[in-house]
Design a protein. Sequence first.
Length: 257
Amino acid sequence: MIHPTAIIDTKVEIGEGVEVGPYSVIEKGVVIGEETKIGPQVVIREGTTIGRRCEIFQFASIGEIPQALAFRGEKTFLRIGDQNIIREFVTFHRGTAKGGGETVIGHNNFFMAYSHVAHDCQIGNQVILANGATLAGHILIEDYAVVGGLSAVHQFCRIGTHAFISGLTGVSLDIPPYMLASGNRAKLFGLNTVGLKRHNFQEKTLRALKKVYRILFRSGLTLEKAIKKVGEDEISEIPEVQHLLQFIQHTKRGISR
């Protein structure tokens, strides 16, 4: 059902079963997948594609131009996957030409009230941003990561899969996969054990990741020597350990420790 007070451009593509609430505004060129629900007073700007069965709550701003001084009105995009929950006052910005031209959000993510995703971010699947969590531009978040309430992530940072960032945390360096991070400037506090168990990680894998954590971040070795030591251990054959090492080796901003 589309409410009669909604303002929808004639060039919007709307799938079957889409609902649009009162006073929402949807600009030309927007694509909305089937069975998506859009609440009252939502604004969806040109260049936005939304997948199927998403829920967008009241007062959300979707696909606004970037908050970037280098942006000059070029045509850029926001692409949102399927079954995302986008709560009240959430803000998503589309990309910039220098950042690749698009902001991309995967599937089955949960964006709580007042969370913000800036230009050129790349967000995986089943990610959670709690209330007021803020992402600057060009951030990569892998699957299953959680960013706690009122936390802020610096531009160009990466957050690894299954990482958990607690509330009120400032992230200025990459957060490795599977780790728990907290603090005014994020520091690691071991594995995200609760989250990993909830996702049915095997005990063998948990033991290996704990051992790797101690070698990489608590042994006193340089990161280069610690990575070499892990590589000489049989646990380096475990896929999760391999992913953790590759993530660290490809850092550009540095790794929180």
